[in-house]
Design a protein around this ligand. Sequence first.
Ligand code: CA
Length: 376
Amino acid sequence: MKITEVITHPLRASISNAFYYSQGFYPAREAVLVELRTDEGLTGWGQCSGAPAAIPPAVAGVYAPLLQGRDPRDWQVLWHTLGGLRGGHYGVISGLEIALLDLAGKASGVPVSRLLGGAFRNRIKVYATGLYRLQRWESLDAWREGLVEEALGYKAEGFSATKVKIGFVPRQDVALVHALREALGPEMGLAVDANCAWDVATAVWVGRGIEGAEIAWYEEPLPPTDLEGYREVRRTVAIPVAGGESLAGLHPFREMIATRAVDVVQPDIIICGGFSAMARIQTLADAHHVRLVPHCWGTAVSLAASLHFLATIPDASPSITPTEPLLEYDRSENPLREDLLLTPLRQTGGYLPVPEAPGLGIELDPQALARYRVED
Ligand code: CA
């Protein structure tokens, strides 16, 4: 089997309720998918990450020629050819490697999880990421009431944990987190995410302010370039510290994990370098007894890839009450997550199924692709 064409699909979907996090504002959702075609008629799909306008030229000019004529079943070799260990545009390398595995699985008639060595489970526990600030909420009361209602909705749907966006005004954030904990009761997991908004002093002040609210983890209190700052927050605040979603390639993760900057490392399969990078980061995390909870905030393609990866990871620590792997499940408005598949991935009781068909086990809807496609 030979790869004959490498096609990029830049997508954009408008949303009805624009929302904020601490670093920006989302009036729409964007993504770039990549499609590999072969001489045997099989196609493989992946999702890239990074600035959408930069991806099609990088694929066409640099990466597609490396894959032309190659056999996708050599995905591990091709990951090195693309620069998986050496470096490059990891957002592109990730998408292409995911598409290679999709093809390799389809060629062998097995799901990607089996290609990687087998699945421990056929469903993955997910937590609900949402609780953003909506543009239409004009007062603090509307913000708090809206978030409490949203969080209670996740609880009613069966999610065992959710995550709230903070990083706005420290005093308001602390009050909001306590309001959420009070509304949710003691059982439901609640994580907070500042999206790199603060300096060490503010991160410590907020962290101490929410220590009593039983927080599952304190995500990206600082930019990931300040690992010494992360270590200071870890030493000072009695909440597990999380980060790493924007890191790519092996060495930034080695630095973050081996220097104990985080308790929970959060690689994203479309950012860090694909399945091959995820497996290596998992090994680093295992060796240092750091928990790995993948970041996932993309389309149905990156969601399916993340599900296959976590299916292959054993429960953490041999005990009679082991912890099963956990995946981020974005619940913010995103038609590119909900509408792209002919058979959508649906959560029940806080779990998503691991697709069982060959490859990624998903089928893209050509009409949806055409509807959201922007010209590159
Ligand atoms: Ca995050």
